[in-house]
Every structure is written in structure tokens, then in C-alpha cells.
Design a protein. Structure first.
Length: 184
């Protein structure tokens, strides 16, 4: 079972070079910035194996989603018969995107290997990829980032992601029978 999510990122560059830190004075950075457009970050997470995959694209379209799913089937898990994917209910996260992007036989080949599990409305926190995106945003993208692909694949962020390559253990605070009875 894999978790999948995406998030838009706005690359921001410096208008003026920041002043470096010196003894007795902190580093200084101008409040003005240069907006570098937008891009999209896709993330796959396998919570049990501690495996993560990140990809940066220029757009957030159904075709980009389809290409990510093809990468998953062909390169990420090429020997798997079926791949369960947990994702949210975004309008681009549909099997139809594969048929619109690729020839019918290619779209069908990919769809046959995928098993989509959508999180409920207001339940996206159940998707472990949401947690990964939160960590990525706080640790790698919190500063001004002129080029997210260089930042995400750069040494500092890659080291952060590599050191965090541990499995995810989801524990709910209430016992299951109490949780079930409260839903009735």
C-alpha cells in the first residue's frame, strides 16, 4: 500500500543577496523577493518500508498525475501485480486521466495494476503522504526557494529525507471498539 499526494509550491528568489552573519550580528535578508512562478511537488510514500519518492513538475494537471502513475507502475514497482494507492479526492486523481493522457491500451495496462483508495472528505490526514509533505514544507521549503527541484534533490534536503527513511506507525488514541461505537 502506497500513499500519494501533491502540493503546489511557489518558488521565491532573493531580490538582493542576503548579508552573511558576522560575530555579534545576525544574518540579514531583504523583505523583497522575486516570484519565480509556480510548480508542483508529487510524493509517494510507502509507510511500512520507509520508502519515499519525490518529483517536481511545472504544472498540476491530470496528465502530470498520469505520468506519475506510469512511473510508479513501470519504475517504482515494476514486478508488482497490483499496487494499492491511497490518495485524496482531487479532481485530477482519477483513472480517466490515464486514458486521456496515453493511448487506450497503455492507459488500461496501467489502470489494471493500480488499485485506488480515496480518503474520505475531511479525512486527508489518513494519507501518510500528507505528513511527508508537511515535513518537506517545514524542513526543505520553508526558506526562499528559487528552484524547488534543486532544493528537493539538493544535499541538505536529500540528507533530511534519507535520515527520515523509517517506517511510519499509525496509532489511534482510542480503542477500536470505542471508535466503532462512537460512529453509530
Amino acid at each position: 500500500m502506497l500513499c500519494f499526494d501533491e502540493a503546489p509550491v511557489q518558488p521565491i528568489g532573493e531580490r538582493r543577496a542576503p548579508l552573511t552573519m558576522r560575530p555579534g550580528t545576525p544574518a540579514r535578508k531583504d523583505c523583497e523577493y522575486i516570484r519565480q512562478g509556480t510548480c508542483n511537488v508529487f510524493v509517494f510514500v510507502n509507510p511500512r518500508r520507509g520508502w519515499r519518492h519525490l518529483a517536481v513538475t511545472e504544472h498540476r494537471t491530470s496528465a502530470d498525475f498520469a505520468h506519475q502513475m506510469r512511473w510508479l507502475v513501470d519504475a517504482g514497482y515494476p514486478t508488482a501485480e497490483r499496487i494499492g494507492v491511497v490518495l485524496d479526492n482531487l479532481s485530477t486523481h482519477k483513472p480517466e486521466a490515464l486514458y486521456e493522457t496515453f493511448p487506450p491500451e497503455e492507459g488500461r495496462r496501467i489502470v489494471r495494476k493500480l488499485e485506488f483508495h480515496c480518503t474520505p472528505t475531511h479525512g486527508s490526514w489518513l494519507n501518510m503522504a500528507e505528513l511527508e509533505m508537511s515535513v518537506l514544507a517545514r524542513q526543505c521549503l520553508a526558506q526562499r526557494v528559487p528552484d524547488p527541484s534543486r532544493t528537493i534533490y539538493g544535499p541538505a534536503c536529500s540528507a533530511t529525507i534519507r535520515t527520515r527513511c523509517t517506517s511510519v506507525s499509525a496509532v489511534f488514541s482510542r480503542p477500536r471498539r470505542e471508535l466503532n461505537s462512537s460512529l453509530l
